[in-house]
Design a protein around this ligand. Sequence first.
Ligand SMILES: Cc1ncc(COP(=O)(O)O)c(C=O)c1O
Length: 381
Amino acid sequence: MRNISFGKPIIGDEERNAVLEVLKGSQFVHGPLAKKFEADFAGFIGGGYAHTVASCTAGLHLAYIYLGIGPGDEVIVPAQTHVATAHSVEYTGARPVFVDVDATTGNIDIDGIEAAISPHTKAISVVHYLGLPVDMDKVNALARKHNLFVVEDAALALGARYKGVHAGLMGDVGSFSFYPVKHITTAEGGMFTTRHADVAEKVARLKAFGYDKMVGERVVPGLYDVDLLGYNYRMNEIEAAIGVEQLKRVGGFLVKRAANDTALRKALEGIDEITCLSAGGGDFEHAHYCLVAVLGETVAEKRYDIINGMRDMGVGTSVYYPGPVPHLRYYREKYDLGRVDFPNATRISNQSLALSVGPHLDEEDMIYVGRVLKQILGALK
Ligand SMILES: Cc1ncc(COP(=O)(O)O)c(C=O)c1O
């Protein structure tokens, strides 16, 4: 029996030594490693401005603070996502307006966006679902038509490109996550990205209390003024040290993910009871966070038996995500959304299995996962 975990950070001596070097010194915040990580990250995604942040959620929140949105304003959000996509809007007092997703990709239904725009709408938030880029030409055209800001939740999209442009640089701003099972990790952490110099300049201050002068810029140590209600959303040097090393490996990680995805799709061929979400291709360069198999109606009710059966045979799975966000209790009760239907998000949430294609696994593992799923589904007949 194999032991296939859903997610496993790959940390080597390079990361461990880099952390020890930071701890040998005394500069744990405001240091050179956060700056280096930002420069390297901007280099990897091919331009723009990158700012380290405490988490992807913090980066998304900063986008809305930058916009100055608040009570009475609305932001369009996909129904099928992590709760952070909506929470970051909710923190400001603005209202997330949920739109269903496409059944084959899990990405926001672009026709649904236009229908949801109101005079109160200030921004569109898109999520590159599990690493598959959204059709951004269409989203940006809508944003231009209605004068809206575009926020990319790129938590799972490191390596995703649309028409050659990396996620985080297609809309107005983007935010990436470095939580442990993501494409790269800093334990907790994230990166805010933008194409716009003025947004980058203001967000750099918003993430650090609204200081007018950062630590290295102060003529007299400790003296600064504050003209913005900023937050403490910085990344520390220990996390940045890990990030610098992880980023050196990201090319290899992405090659492995793509190869595993191909091998797993092949291993799942011929299983009639499942449909896999889109593999991307052409203009849509997938970052392959994981592969989601949606169970057909005949076996969907047995999802937990299937998950448990796979676990018993050494295959870890996950669920992305546990429910359409508007049906999670906080949103359901606050906005009375229980009876509003999001059929595609509901189907993906309730009927799917998320299978790992992480770089800790190889082709033999993918063949094994396919064999195990076939065996379990066969036994249900
Ligand atoms: C789509 C999406 N957005 C945001 C987040 C939150 O990321 P973080 O934990 O870095 O705040 C996640 C976490 O999994 C996510 O999947």
